[in-house]
Design a protein around this ligand. Structure first.
Ligand code: NAD
Ligand code: TYD
Length: 350
């Protein structure tokens, strides 16, 4: 049976000041169809009000956006916000695998306790809103062959992926036990403007601009499936509006690349030499390959629209044109993080 396409007009977007969340807010407000959005964001090191600047500087969009700074695990704060929403889209998470290896606790606090607080507030709200949990292909673990389908086993292998899998399972339990109207998306590796420079593509672009070494983990033959950020946001919206209650949908980029090849494409675009690349000690438990089957979401009418060459060009151009944005992000605690994550690796690199 085909699900009706729903219209939501009052959205609560948690984690909306992050990379993908801010793109989602930008795209939904940009439709200028009257939708109102409340962004709830803790503004961790990864959250950035500057990501919302395109909307705050547009009076028509600014009038439809409210920004609340706070934690999804704060039940007193979350309750009234959820009570006023007709749908909740939860992007809030600690999102970097390497940091989950260094300091896993915040991943559990936001990814498990935080999700639980949101679900309880949805359950308690008189007009129960639809809940969409933004999850990841990393819950499937490393895929040796073929493409993961939604019913495949979850085999998370990093603390990040384990926290995301736990969040999803809580959502499922609230659908079954409490009849909540909830859906889950599993997106693949996402890239594009406003991406925090701790992640592969923006780290290597910004390091290369400054002629700094590029720390490639291991042999660089790990494979990732790349999804442009606005395609990811559109996939999430397609599931919010058309996904069946209790169902999970892969949002697959369909662009499978070895890291080495992605790095070579970036260097080519920037006119920088391969000699910047350093082969450093591998990430512990590094997943070799991610790959998903996207046919379930294709049946709802969503397909990625951005080809990788055009998406990489747009991304490289954005970082070249927005140096002030990424230099501000790469300040403060950045040097201490960089030293902890890469210092000894780079000193012993080949
Ligand atoms: P991000 O780190 O850029 O953004 C996360 C946002 O959540 C930040 O603004 C941060 O301040 C906020 N946040 C963190 N903890 C919070 C809390 N307790 N309360 C309120 N706000 C909090 O991450 P992203 O790349 O935009 O990812 C967004 C979501 O998409 C995450 O759930 C992530 O797991 C998922 N995802 C990301 C990718 C990817 O490649 N980036 C792929 C698939 C799925
Ligand atoms: P990342 O952007 O951290 O995303 P994820 O781990 O969620 O896939 O990393 C993408 C790939 O790039 C992954 O295989 C790890 C690799 N990588 C490096 O080789 N060096 C780096 O400095 C980083 C951050 C990632």
């Amino acid at each position: 049976m085909t699900e009706p396409v729903r219209a939501y007009r009052r959205l609560l977007v948690t984690g909306g000041a992050g990379f993908i969340g801010s793109c989602y807010v930008r795209d939904v407000l940009g439709r200028r169809d009257g939708t109102e959005i409340t962004v709830l964001d803790k503004l961790t090191y990864a959250g950035n009000e500057a990501n919302l600047a395109p909307m705050t500087s547009d009076p028509e969009q600014a009038a439809r956006m409210t920004v609340v700074i706070g934690d999804i695990a704060d039940a007193d704060l979350v309750g009234p916000l959820i009570g006023a929403a007709d749908a909740v889209v939860n992007f809030a998470a600690e999102s970097h695998v390497d940091r989950s290896i260094l300091d896993p606790e915040a991943f559990l606090r936001t990814g498990v306790i935080g999700v639980h607080v949101l679900l309880e507030a949805c359950r308690a709200a008189p007009a129960r809103p639809r809940f969409l949990q933004v999850s990841t292909d990393e819950v499937y673990g490393s895929i040796d062959q073929g493409h993961a389908r939604e019913d495949d086993r979850l085999e998370p292998r990093s603390p990040y992926a384990a926290a995301k899998a736990a969040g999803e399972l809580l959502v499922r339990s609230y659908v079954v036990t409490h009849g909540l109207d909830a859906v889950v998306t599993r997106g693949s590796n996402t890239y594009g403007p406003f991406h925090h420079p701790e992640k592969l593509i923006p780290l290597f672009i910004t390091n290369a601009i400054d002629d700094r070494p590029l720390p490639m983990y291991g042999d660089g033959l790990q494979r990732r499936d790349w999804l442009y950020v606005s395609d990811h946001a559109a996939g999430i919206d397609a599931v919010l509006r058309g996904g069946a209650t209790g169902e999970t949908y892969n949002i697959a980029g369909g662009v499978e690349m070895a890291n080495r090849d992605t790095i070579a494409l970036l260097l080519e675009r920037l006119g920088k030499p391969w000699s910047l690349v350093r082969q450093v000690e591998d990430r512990p438990g590094h997943d070799r390959r991610y790959a998903m089957d996207g046919s379930k979401l294709a049946a709802l009418g969503w397909l990625p629209t951005m080809d990788f060459a055009t998406g990489l060009d747009a991304t490289v151009d954005w970082y070249l044109e927005n140096e002030a944005w990424w230099r501000a992000v790469r300040s403060g605690d950045w040097d201490a993080y960089y030293e902890r994550q890469y210092g000894s690796r780079l000193r012993t690199a080949t």
